[in-house]
Design a protein around this ligand. Structure first.
Ligand SMILES: Cc1ncc(COP(=O)(O)O)c(C=O)c1O
Length: 390
Protein backbone atom coordinates (compact mmCIF):
# COMPACT_ATOMS: atom_id res chain seq x y z
CA UNK A 1 0.00 0.00 0.00
CA UNK A 2 1.20 3.55 -0.75
CA UNK A 3 2.20 5.69 2.18
CA UNK A 4 0.93 9.16 1.27
CA UNK A 5 2.55 10.95 4.23
CA UNK A 6 6.12 9.93 3.48
CA UNK A 7 5.43 9.84 -0.27
CA UNK A 8 7.18 6.54 -0.26
CA UNK A 9 7.40 4.61 -3.51
CA UNK A 10 7.74 0.91 -2.70
CA UNK A 11 9.70 -1.26 -5.08
CA UNK A 12 6.58 -3.35 -5.54
CA UNK A 13 3.09 -3.71 -4.13
CA UNK A 14 -0.04 -5.75 -4.71
CA UNK A 15 -3.07 -4.49 -6.67
CA UNK A 16 -6.13 -5.32 -4.56
CA UNK A 17 -9.48 -3.56 -4.82
CA UNK A 18 -13.18 -3.81 -3.91
CA UNK A 19 -13.71 -6.72 -6.33
CA UNK A 20 -11.17 -8.76 -4.40
CA UNK A 21 -12.73 -7.73 -1.09
CA UNK A 22 -16.21 -8.83 -2.20
CA UNK A 23 -14.87 -12.15 -3.52
CA UNK A 24 -13.26 -12.69 -0.12
CA UNK A 25 -16.43 -11.71 1.76
CA UNK A 26 -18.37 -14.26 -0.28
CA UNK A 27 -15.70 -16.91 0.24
CA UNK A 28 -15.74 -16.68 4.03
CA UNK A 29 -19.51 -17.22 4.04
CA UNK A 30 -19.33 -20.28 1.76
CA UNK A 31 -19.85 -23.80 3.15
CA UNK A 32 -16.22 -24.81 2.46
CA UNK A 33 -13.33 -22.71 3.67
CA UNK A 34 -10.88 -25.27 2.36
CA UNK A 35 -11.01 -28.25 -0.02
CA UNK A 36 -14.08 -26.76 -1.69
CA UNK A 37 -14.95 -25.68 -5.24
CA UNK A 38 -12.91 -22.45 -5.44
CA UNK A 39 -9.57 -24.27 -5.43
CA UNK A 40 -10.70 -26.45 -8.35
CA UNK A 41 -12.04 -23.42 -10.22
CA UNK A 42 -8.75 -21.54 -9.65
CA UNK A 43 -6.73 -24.51 -10.89
CA UNK A 44 -8.93 -24.79 -13.98
CA UNK A 45 -8.66 -21.05 -14.68
CA UNK A 46 -4.84 -21.14 -14.48
CA UNK A 47 -4.62 -24.32 -16.55
CA UNK A 48 -6.84 -22.73 -19.21
CA UNK A 49 -5.11 -19.34 -19.18
CA UNK A 50 -1.63 -20.79 -19.50
CA UNK A 51 -2.73 -23.48 -21.94
CA UNK A 52 -0.87 -26.09 -19.87
CA UNK A 53 -4.03 -28.13 -19.33
CA UNK A 54 -3.56 -29.04 -15.64
CA UNK A 55 -3.04 -26.96 -12.52
CA UNK A 56 -2.35 -27.96 -8.92
CA UNK A 57 -2.78 -25.15 -6.38
CA UNK A 58 -0.52 -25.20 -3.33
CA UNK A 59 0.27 -23.09 -0.28
CA UNK A 60 3.23 -21.18 -1.78
CA UNK A 61 5.77 -21.18 -4.60
CA UNK A 62 8.33 -23.09 -2.54
CA UNK A 63 5.84 -25.89 -1.90
CA UNK A 64 5.11 -25.90 -5.64
CA UNK A 65 8.78 -26.56 -6.39
CA UNK A 66 9.07 -29.14 -3.62
CA UNK A 67 6.21 -31.35 -4.75
CA UNK A 68 6.90 -30.87 -8.47
CA UNK A 69 10.38 -32.28 -7.88
CA UNK A 70 9.11 -35.03 -5.59
CA UNK A 71 6.47 -36.08 -8.12
CA UNK A 72 9.22 -36.27 -10.73
CA UNK A 73 11.14 -38.72 -8.51
CA UNK A 74 13.91 -36.38 -7.43
CA UNK A 75 15.51 -38.00 -4.38
CA UNK A 76 18.80 -38.70 -2.62
CA UNK A 77 20.42 -40.15 -5.77
CA UNK A 78 19.48 -37.17 -7.94
CA UNK A 79 21.46 -34.19 -9.16
CA UNK A 80 19.53 -30.98 -9.85
CA UNK A 81 21.01 -27.89 -11.51
CA UNK A 82 19.56 -24.42 -11.18
CA UNK A 83 20.49 -20.76 -11.48
CA UNK A 84 22.77 -19.13 -8.88
CA UNK A 85 20.87 -15.85 -9.40
CA UNK A 86 17.55 -16.71 -7.82
CA UNK A 87 15.76 -16.82 -4.53
CA UNK A 88 17.15 -19.60 -2.33
CA UNK A 89 13.94 -21.62 -2.77
CA UNK A 90 14.99 -22.58 -6.32
CA UNK A 91 17.86 -24.65 -4.90
CA UNK A 92 16.41 -25.57 -1.52
CA UNK A 93 13.53 -27.54 -3.06
CA UNK A 94 15.87 -30.23 -4.39
CA UNK A 95 17.73 -30.38 -1.08
CA UNK A 96 14.50 -31.01 0.86
CA UNK A 97 14.42 -34.28 -1.10
CA UNK A 98 18.04 -35.13 -0.31
CA UNK A 99 19.22 -34.39 -3.86
CA UNK A 100 22.55 -32.85 -4.73
CA UNK A 101 22.41 -29.34 -6.18
CA UNK A 102 24.73 -27.48 -8.53
CA UNK A 103 24.50 -24.19 -10.38
CA UNK A 104 24.87 -23.16 -14.01
CA UNK A 105 26.43 -19.72 -14.29
CA UNK A 106 24.49 -16.82 -15.75
CA UNK A 107 25.02 -14.12 -18.34
CA UNK A 108 26.41 -11.16 -16.32
CA UNK A 109 24.18 -8.73 -18.24
CA UNK A 110 20.84 -10.54 -17.81
CA UNK A 111 21.28 -12.70 -14.71
CA UNK A 112 19.74 -15.62 -16.63
CA UNK A 113 21.37 -19.02 -17.19
CA UNK A 114 23.70 -18.68 -20.16
CA UNK A 115 22.79 -21.44 -22.68
CA UNK A 116 26.45 -21.67 -23.79
CA UNK A 117 27.55 -22.29 -20.20
CA UNK A 118 24.79 -24.90 -19.82
CA UNK A 119 25.94 -26.71 -22.98
CA UNK A 120 29.59 -26.51 -21.89
CA UNK A 121 28.83 -27.88 -18.40
CA UNK A 122 26.84 -30.76 -19.90
CA UNK A 123 29.66 -31.74 -22.23
CA UNK A 124 32.52 -31.23 -19.75
CA UNK A 125 32.54 -34.92 -18.85
CA UNK A 126 31.20 -34.61 -15.28
CA UNK A 127 28.02 -36.11 -13.87
CA UNK A 128 24.97 -35.02 -15.82
CA UNK A 129 21.99 -33.69 -13.88
CA UNK A 130 18.63 -35.42 -13.73
CA UNK A 131 16.87 -32.07 -13.84
CA UNK A 132 17.36 -28.40 -14.59
CA UNK A 133 15.22 -25.93 -12.65
CA UNK A 134 15.32 -22.92 -14.98
CA UNK A 135 14.39 -19.56 -13.49
CA UNK A 136 12.47 -16.90 -15.41
CA UNK A 137 14.18 -14.06 -13.54
CA UNK A 138 11.99 -10.93 -13.37
CA UNK A 139 9.47 -12.68 -15.65
CA UNK A 140 11.88 -12.76 -18.61
CA UNK A 141 12.06 -15.82 -20.84
CA UNK A 142 14.76 -14.87 -23.37
CA UNK A 143 16.93 -17.79 -24.43
CA UNK A 144 14.54 -20.38 -23.02
CA UNK A 145 14.02 -22.22 -26.32
CA UNK A 146 17.76 -22.91 -26.51
CA UNK A 147 17.90 -24.02 -22.89
CA UNK A 148 14.94 -26.34 -23.49
CA UNK A 149 16.53 -27.78 -26.64
CA UNK A 150 19.85 -28.41 -24.84
CA UNK A 151 18.04 -30.17 -21.97
CA UNK A 152 16.09 -32.32 -24.46
CA UNK A 153 19.27 -33.23 -26.32
CA UNK A 154 20.94 -34.39 -23.09
CA UNK A 155 17.91 -36.12 -21.57
CA UNK A 156 17.64 -33.61 -18.68
CA UNK A 157 14.13 -33.08 -17.27
CA UNK A 158 13.22 -29.41 -17.43
CA UNK A 159 11.14 -27.67 -14.75
CA UNK A 160 10.53 -23.93 -14.80
CA UNK A 161 10.69 -21.90 -11.61
CA UNK A 162 8.24 -19.37 -12.98
CA UNK A 163 7.56 -17.72 -9.60
CA UNK A 164 8.05 -14.35 -11.33
CA UNK A 165 6.41 -15.26 -14.63
CA UNK A 166 2.69 -15.92 -14.18
CA UNK A 167 1.13 -14.11 -17.13
CA UNK A 168 4.28 -14.06 -19.25
CA UNK A 169 4.80 -15.72 -22.62
CA UNK A 170 8.00 -17.07 -24.17
CA UNK A 171 10.19 -14.55 -25.96
CA UNK A 172 10.88 -17.12 -28.70
CA UNK A 173 7.21 -18.15 -28.89
CA UNK A 174 5.11 -15.06 -28.10
CA UNK A 175 1.87 -17.02 -28.58
CA UNK A 176 2.74 -19.63 -25.96
CA UNK A 177 2.16 -18.72 -22.33
CA UNK A 178 4.69 -19.68 -19.66
CA UNK A 179 3.64 -23.11 -18.45
CA UNK A 180 2.77 -24.53 -21.87
CA UNK A 181 6.22 -24.93 -23.43
CA UNK A 182 6.30 -28.24 -25.32
CA UNK A 183 9.75 -29.19 -23.96
CA UNK A 184 9.08 -28.31 -20.32
CA UNK A 185 7.68 -30.85 -17.86
CA UNK A 186 6.14 -28.44 -15.35
CA UNK A 187 6.19 -24.78 -14.32
CA UNK A 188 5.75 -23.48 -10.79
CA UNK A 189 4.27 -20.10 -9.83
CA UNK A 190 4.14 -18.00 -6.67
CA UNK A 191 1.20 -15.81 -5.65
CA UNK A 192 3.05 -13.91 -2.94
CA UNK A 193 1.68 -10.32 -2.79
CA UNK A 194 4.42 -8.85 -5.00
CA UNK A 195 3.93 -11.35 -7.83
CA UNK A 196 1.73 -11.02 -10.95
CA UNK A 197 -1.41 -11.91 -8.99
CA UNK A 198 -1.75 -12.68 -5.30
CA UNK A 199 -3.54 -15.03 -2.95
CA UNK A 200 -1.66 -13.69 0.11
CA UNK A 201 0.57 -16.72 0.18
CA UNK A 202 0.03 -19.27 -2.56
CA UNK A 203 1.42 -21.14 -5.50
CA UNK A 204 0.51 -23.35 -8.44
CA UNK A 205 2.15 -25.97 -10.59
CA UNK A 206 0.97 -26.30 -14.18
CA UNK A 207 1.80 -29.21 -16.43
CA UNK A 208 0.67 -30.81 -19.64
CA UNK A 209 0.74 -34.25 -17.98
CA UNK A 210 -2.47 -35.47 -16.36
CA UNK A 211 -0.59 -38.23 -14.54
CA UNK A 212 1.96 -35.80 -13.09
CA UNK A 213 -0.81 -33.42 -11.98
CA UNK A 214 -2.54 -36.29 -10.24
CA UNK A 215 0.65 -37.27 -8.36
CA UNK A 216 1.31 -33.67 -7.33
CA UNK A 217 -2.27 -33.28 -6.08
CA UNK A 218 -1.81 -36.40 -3.95
CA UNK A 219 1.50 -35.15 -2.50
CA UNK A 220 -0.06 -31.78 -1.71
CA UNK A 221 -2.47 -33.55 0.64
CA UNK A 222 -0.29 -35.96 2.69
CA UNK A 223 0.13 -38.50 -0.14
CA UNK A 224 -3.41 -39.68 0.55
CA UNK A 225 -5.91 -41.05 -2.00
CA UNK A 226 -9.57 -42.10 -1.85
CA UNK A 227 -9.65 -43.27 -5.48
CA UNK A 228 -11.39 -46.71 -5.32
CA UNK A 229 -9.29 -47.95 -8.24
CA UNK A 230 -6.08 -47.37 -6.27
CA UNK A 231 -6.98 -48.64 -2.82
CA UNK A 232 -4.76 -51.66 -2.16
CA UNK A 233 -5.36 -52.88 1.39
CA UNK A 234 -9.01 -51.99 2.03
CA UNK A 235 -11.05 -54.49 4.03
CA UNK A 236 -14.53 -55.50 2.78
CA UNK A 237 -16.13 -53.70 5.73
CA UNK A 238 -14.34 -50.38 4.99
CA UNK A 239 -16.85 -47.71 3.94
CA UNK A 240 -16.80 -44.31 2.21
CA UNK A 241 -14.60 -42.85 4.96
CA UNK A 242 -11.69 -44.99 3.89
CA UNK A 243 -8.45 -43.55 2.48
CA UNK A 244 -4.92 -44.80 2.00
CA UNK A 245 -1.58 -43.04 2.19
CA UNK A 246 0.59 -44.08 -0.73
CA UNK A 247 3.46 -41.56 -0.42
CA UNK A 248 5.00 -39.24 2.14
CA UNK A 249 3.21 -36.04 1.20
CA UNK A 250 2.53 -32.78 3.03
CA UNK A 251 -0.24 -30.40 3.92
CA UNK A 252 0.57 -27.92 1.15
CA UNK A 253 -3.05 -27.06 0.38
CA UNK A 254 -4.24 -23.63 -0.71
CA UNK A 255 -7.57 -22.86 1.01
CA UNK A 256 -10.79 -21.77 -0.70
CA UNK A 257 -10.55 -18.25 0.69
CA UNK A 258 -7.17 -17.81 -0.99
CA UNK A 259 -8.43 -19.43 -4.20
CA UNK A 260 -11.40 -17.03 -4.30
CA UNK A 261 -8.95 -14.13 -4.13
CA UNK A 262 -6.85 -15.78 -6.84
CA UNK A 263 -9.87 -16.13 -9.12
CA UNK A 264 -10.82 -12.48 -8.63
CA UNK A 265 -7.23 -11.45 -9.36
CA UNK A 266 -7.02 -13.67 -12.45
CA UNK A 267 -9.89 -11.77 -14.03
CA UNK A 268 -7.52 -8.78 -14.17
CA UNK A 269 -4.36 -10.68 -15.13
CA UNK A 270 -4.39 -9.30 -18.70
CA UNK A 271 -4.88 -5.79 -17.30
CA UNK A 272 -2.00 -6.26 -14.81
CA UNK A 273 0.28 -7.56 -17.56
CA UNK A 274 -0.58 -4.65 -19.87
CA UNK A 275 0.13 -2.16 -17.07
CA UNK A 276 3.48 -3.72 -16.13
CA UNK A 277 4.55 -3.84 -19.80
CA UNK A 278 3.53 -0.22 -20.19
CA UNK A 279 5.55 0.80 -17.12
CA UNK A 280 8.59 -1.11 -18.42
CA UNK A 281 8.25 0.52 -21.85
CA UNK A 282 8.10 3.96 -20.25
CA UNK A 283 11.15 3.29 -18.05
CA UNK A 284 12.98 2.29 -21.24
CA UNK A 285 12.12 5.69 -22.71
CA UNK A 286 12.80 7.95 -19.73
CA UNK A 287 15.94 6.19 -18.46
CA UNK A 288 17.63 6.10 -21.87
CA UNK A 289 20.63 8.39 -21.79
CA UNK A 290 21.44 7.76 -18.13
CA UNK A 291 24.65 5.80 -17.43
CA UNK A 292 22.76 2.61 -16.57
CA UNK A 293 22.33 -0.76 -18.24
CA UNK A 294 18.63 -1.28 -18.99
CA UNK A 295 16.79 -4.57 -19.45
CA UNK A 296 16.01 -5.56 -23.04
CA UNK A 297 12.54 -4.42 -24.08
CA UNK A 298 9.91 -7.16 -23.99
CA UNK A 299 6.21 -7.28 -24.79
CA UNK A 300 5.83 -10.80 -23.34
CA UNK A 301 7.69 -10.57 -20.01
CA UNK A 302 5.52 -10.32 -16.89
CA UNK A 303 7.92 -7.57 -15.67
CA UNK A 304 7.85 -8.76 -12.06
CA UNK A 305 11.05 -6.72 -11.69
CA UNK A 306 12.61 -3.86 -13.62
CA UNK A 307 16.30 -4.50 -12.95
CA UNK A 308 18.85 -1.95 -14.13
CA UNK A 309 22.62 -2.36 -13.97
CA UNK A 310 24.93 0.25 -12.46
CA UNK A 311 28.48 0.68 -13.75
CA UNK A 312 29.89 -0.98 -10.64
CA UNK A 313 29.10 -2.03 -7.06
CA UNK A 314 29.88 1.41 -5.61
CA UNK A 315 27.44 3.10 -7.98
CA UNK A 316 24.77 0.50 -7.16
CA UNK A 317 25.22 1.17 -3.44
CA UNK A 318 25.03 4.94 -4.00
CA UNK A 319 21.80 4.49 -5.97
CA UNK A 320 20.21 2.18 -3.39
CA UNK A 321 21.08 4.48 -0.46
CA UNK A 322 20.37 7.71 -2.34
CA UNK A 323 16.98 6.57 -3.60
CA UNK A 324 16.05 5.27 -0.15
CA UNK A 325 16.87 8.65 1.36
CA UNK A 326 14.32 10.14 -1.03
CA UNK A 327 11.61 7.60 -0.11
CA UNK A 328 12.14 5.46 -3.21
CA UNK A 329 12.60 1.81 -2.38
CA UNK A 330 14.64 -0.47 -4.57
CA UNK A 331 15.82 -4.06 -4.09
CA UNK A 332 18.64 -6.34 -5.12
CA UNK A 333 17.68 -9.62 -6.82
CA UNK A 334 19.54 -11.74 -5.88
CA UNK A 335 22.48 -12.39 -3.57
CA UNK A 336 23.92 -15.43 -5.43
CA UNK A 337 22.82 -18.65 -3.76
CA UNK A 338 26.34 -20.22 -3.74
CA UNK A 339 27.55 -17.29 -1.62
CA UNK A 340 25.04 -17.99 1.17
CA UNK A 341 26.65 -19.47 4.31
CA UNK A 342 24.33 -22.50 4.05
CA UNK A 343 25.70 -23.21 0.55
CA UNK A 344 29.34 -22.30 1.32
CA UNK A 345 29.13 -24.95 4.04
CA UNK A 346 28.34 -27.47 1.29
CA UNK A 347 31.55 -26.47 -0.53
CA UNK A 348 30.22 -23.90 -3.00
CA UNK A 349 32.49 -20.93 -3.73
CA UNK A 350 31.05 -17.69 -5.12
CA UNK A 351 34.08 -17.21 -7.38
CA UNK A 352 33.12 -20.34 -9.33
CA UNK A 353 30.12 -18.36 -10.68
CA UNK A 354 31.71 -15.16 -12.03
CA UNK A 355 28.64 -14.30 -14.13
CA UNK A 356 26.44 -14.41 -11.02
CA UNK A 357 28.90 -12.36 -8.96
CA UNK A 358 29.20 -9.75 -11.73
CA UNK A 359 25.42 -9.52 -12.12
CA UNK A 360 24.89 -9.28 -8.35
CA UNK A 361 27.47 -6.50 -7.99
CA UNK A 362 25.59 -4.18 -10.35
CA UNK A 363 21.87 -5.04 -10.38
CA UNK A 364 19.16 -2.92 -8.83
CA UNK A 365 15.40 -3.47 -9.11
CA UNK A 366 13.53 -0.19 -9.53
CA UNK A 367 9.89 0.17 -8.44
CA UNK A 368 7.45 -1.52 -10.81
CA UNK A 369 3.82 -2.48 -10.26
CA UNK A 370 0.56 -1.80 -12.11
CA UNK A 371 -0.37 1.33 -10.13
CA UNK A 372 3.02 3.01 -10.48
CA UNK A 373 2.22 6.39 -12.03
CA UNK A 374 4.01 8.49 -14.64
CA UNK A 375 4.80 10.97 -11.85
CA UNK A 376 6.32 8.17 -9.73
CA UNK A 377 8.50 7.09 -12.63
CA UNK A 378 9.55 10.66 -13.33
CA UNK A 379 10.51 11.02 -9.65
CA UNK A 380 12.60 7.83 -9.88
CA UNK A 381 14.33 9.14 -12.99
CA UNK A 382 15.03 12.57 -11.48
CA UNK A 383 16.42 11.03 -8.30
CA UNK A 384 18.71 8.70 -10.26
CA UNK A 385 19.94 11.57 -12.42
CA UNK A 386 20.65 13.66 -9.32
CA UNK A 387 22.53 10.83 -7.54
CA UNK A 388 24.60 10.12 -10.63
CA UNK A 389 25.11 13.79 -11.45
CA UNK A 390 23.87 12.97 -14.94
C1 LIG B 1 12.44 -17.30 -8.11
C2 LIG B 1 11.60 -17.70 -6.93
N1 LIG B 1 11.34 -19.00 -6.73
C3 LIG B 1 10.59 -19.42 -5.70
C4 LIG B 1 10.04 -18.53 -4.81
C5 LIG B 1 9.23 -19.03 -3.67
O1 LIG B 1 7.91 -18.56 -3.69
P1 LIG B 1 7.08 -18.40 -2.34
O2 LIG B 1 7.57 -17.18 -1.64
O3 LIG B 1 5.67 -18.27 -2.80
O4 LIG B 1 7.30 -19.64 -1.54
C6 LIG B 1 10.28 -17.16 -4.96
C7 LIG B 1 9.71 -16.19 -4.03
O5 LIG B 1 9.90 -15.01 -4.08
C8 LIG B 1 11.08 -16.73 -6.05
O6 LIG B 1 11.35 -15.43 -6.24
Amino acid sequence: MRDAVAERIPYSCQTVDARDASALAEAVSAPFLTQGPSVVAFEEAAARWTGAGHGVAVSNGTAALHIALQALDIGPDSLVWTSPVSFVASANAARYLGAEVDFVDVDPETGMIDPDKLAAKLTAGGRKPDMLVAVHLAGHTGGFDRIAAICAEHGVTLVEDAAHAFGAAYEDRPNVKVGAHPLSTAATFSFHPLKSITTGEGGMIVTRSEDLAWRMAMLRSHGITKDPALLSVARPEDGAWYYEQHALGFNYRLCDIQAALGLAQMERLDEFMAARRDRARRYGEILAGLPLGLPAPSEVSSWHLYAVRAADAAMRRALYDGLKAQGIETQVHYIPIPSQPEYRALGFRPEDYPGAEAYYARCLSLPIYPRLTDADQDRVRAAIAEILGA
